[in-house]
Design a protein around this ligand. Structure first.
Ligand code: PEP
Ligand code: MG
Length: 557
């Protein structure tokens, strides 16, 4: 690419970066001819293999020394594996029978993988490492560049089709300015790692291969743009401003307030007691979504009411006098629980999940409400309970009564479009609602949230999704009922401003996202948020919605 050209992807972690591209090189083992090595050449072929294995091992060891923590251990273990005497013996035996070194490495890897898989457990997990090693040694034997992460000589923008788990172990945030992948989605392995490391990240950038190794690129991971040929004089001030923003995030200490002085309630999404205590230390003002089903993914039978009460109490104790919104079991679909869900369904996301599992065992639901009520008994803060996947008014009425009968505040999630469409009637039945933007987006856009190929659709910035959210928020304002947001949308600092402008009363997110959202809210006034909420209503697509929101918020494009 020459001059200034921009390609687009789906933003995952905000931030700007400018630097040279380093591609994670792809290497696929070519079809190898089944030649036989003449007797006289076999010793040299064995030596060729020994050298290649040695080189690969040395590179891995060197990288392990440059890395710290568990990533270093992973690389050192892989280097060790590449020197395994049993493996070497089998390869050399095969070469001595006339099999070329490349083929010998491949067949030996296959045999070792079968052995590891039979052993199961941790051994079985090592097959990924073995296959990765096989690729590295074969590439070395064929004189190809080392597959996987390149050795960086300067901070770079890492490009990849998608990152393999083995690649992510060696990622050093100090060397990587941003991560961009052609495939993957907001929930892919790359996205999870980028969030953990706090590296600006864009996924699903479909035309990424138009940009070559070494080209200078400007990445704006809040807009999802990758630009080549950008003018460095214009880019550098933006990068400097972004560094200041990141600094402000590091120093943010809550509580959240807009530049015009209004408070914004920032809550945490948690799944257990330790997570809730961590959230309290990260300035969460309470819990906006306690995903109770995640406590039970590994259990083989329903925990007793006492056991449940104990687990729920641990979360409540992190916020003794604050609000905690406990969500009843959202089992099913991507979160199957053996004792609560059906074994097999043709279409699980549209199947028996969330409240719908009460069709299998209604008392499971009431037993959980009893446990929540018992835990709430000793809690001085607000005890709110909400129900996932409610779809009809009769369900809303039914659950609200059961929750209120136990002295708790009753709410439902807005995830099924039916609820958003008839929000006034639903709000009349309950004390509050919380919008689950992950599922609402999935169902509005008819796009499986787990499908990495559908990242463009499973984007909460889609105008149809935002329009529906805006109507729900407006109904809350009109009817004086709290409307929270607890899906991933709340964790996007710019979208958070839009949601506040729509009239959303609380934002709940992974606790690691709270400082980023809090620091952004501090920069904008209520009026700017309201203007952004208006502006997105005329957007044509998600990119346009992002651009319109930023303009209304006075954020540089
Ligand atoms: C959601 O759907 O947005 C939500 C918060 O629920 P979960 O992600 O647990 O399905
Ligand atoms: Mg959901």
């Amino acid at each position: 690419m020459s001059a200034e050209e921009t390609i687009y992807g789906t933003p995952v972690v905000n931030g700007l970066a400018y630097g040279p591209v380093a591609w994670v090189s792809r290497f696929e083992i070519p079809k190898l001819p089944a030649t036989k090595i003449p007797l006289d050449d076999r010793e040299a072929e064995a030596e060729h293999y020994t050298q290649a294995a040695q080189t690969v091992s040395e590179r891995l060891l060197a990288r392990s020394k440059e890395t710290i923590g568990s990533a270093s251990d992973v690389l050192a273990a892989q280097a060790e594996l590449s020197r395994d005497p049993g493996f070497k013996k089998m390869v050399v035996n095969a070469i001595n029978k006339g099999i070329p070194a490349t083929n010998a490495v491949i067949t030996t890897t296959e045999m070792f993988c079968t052995m590891f898989e039979k052993a199961g457990g941790l051994m079985a997990e090592r097959t990924t490492d073995l296959n990765d090693l096989c690729l590295r040694v074969v590439a070395e034997l064929l004189g190809e560049p080392e597959p996987g992460l390149p050795h960086l000589t300067e901070p770079s923008v890492l490009f990849a089709d998608d990152l393999a788990p083995a690649d992510t172990a060696g990622l050093n945030p100090a060397e990587i300015l941003a991560l961009v992948t052609e495939q993957g989605g907001p929930t892919s392995h790359t996205s999870i790692i980028a969030r953990q490391l706090g590296i600006p990240c864009i996924v699903a950038a479909r035309k990424l291969h138009q940009i070559s190794q070494g080209e200078q690129v400007f990445v704006d991971a809040s807009l999802g743009t990758i630009t080549t040929g950008a003018n460095p004089d214009l880019v550098h001030p933006k990068i400097a401003a972004d560094l200041l923003t990141r600094e402000a995030i590091r120093n943010w200490s809550g509580p959240a307030q807009l530049a015009s002085g209004e408070d914004v309630e920032l809550l945490a999404n948690v799944q257990d007691g330790p997570g809730a205590h961590k959230a309290a230390a990260r300035y969460a003002q309470g819990v906006g979504l306690f995903r109770t089903e995640l406590c039970f993914l590994d259990s083989t039978q329903e925990p007793t009411t006492e056991q449940q009460r104990e687990i729920y109490s641990q979360v409540l104790s992190a916020f003794p006098d604050k609000k905690v919104v406990t969500r009843t079991l959202d089992a099913g679909s991507d979160k199957p629980i053996s004792w609560a869900t059906l074994d097999e369904e043709p279409n699980p996301a549209l199947g028996v999940r969330g409240l719908r599992t009460t069709g299998i065992d209604q008392e499971l639901f009431t037993r959980q409400l009893d446990a929540i009520a018992q835990a709430a008994h000793n809690h001085q803060g607000k005890n709110w309970v909400m129900v996932p996947m409610v779809s009809t008014l009769s369900e809303a009425k039914w659950v609200a009564k059961l929750i209120r009968d136990r002295g708790l505040t009753a709410g439902i999630m807005v995830e099924v479009p039916a609820v958003a469409i008839m929000i006034d009637q639903f709000l009349a039945e309950v004390d509050f609602v919380s919008i689950g933007t992950n599922d609402l987006t999935q169902y509005v856009m008819a796009a499986d949230r787990m499908n990495a190929n559908l990242a463009t659709y499973t984007d909460s910035w889609q105008p149809a999704v935002l329009t529906l959210i805006s109507r729900v928020a407006a109904a809350g304002v009109r009817l004086h009922k709290p409307v929270g947001v607890c899906g991933e949308a709340a964790a996007d600092p710019i979208l958070a401003c839009v949601l506040v402008g729509m009239g959303v009363t609380s934002l709940s997110m992974a606790s690691s996202a709270i400082p980023g959202v809090g620091a952004q809210l501090e920069q904008v006034t209520k009026e700017q948020c309201e203007n952004a909420a208006q502006a997105i209503l005329t957007a044509e697509d998600s990119g346009d919605a992002r651009a319109k929101a930023r303009r209304a918020l006075g954020i540089d494009l």
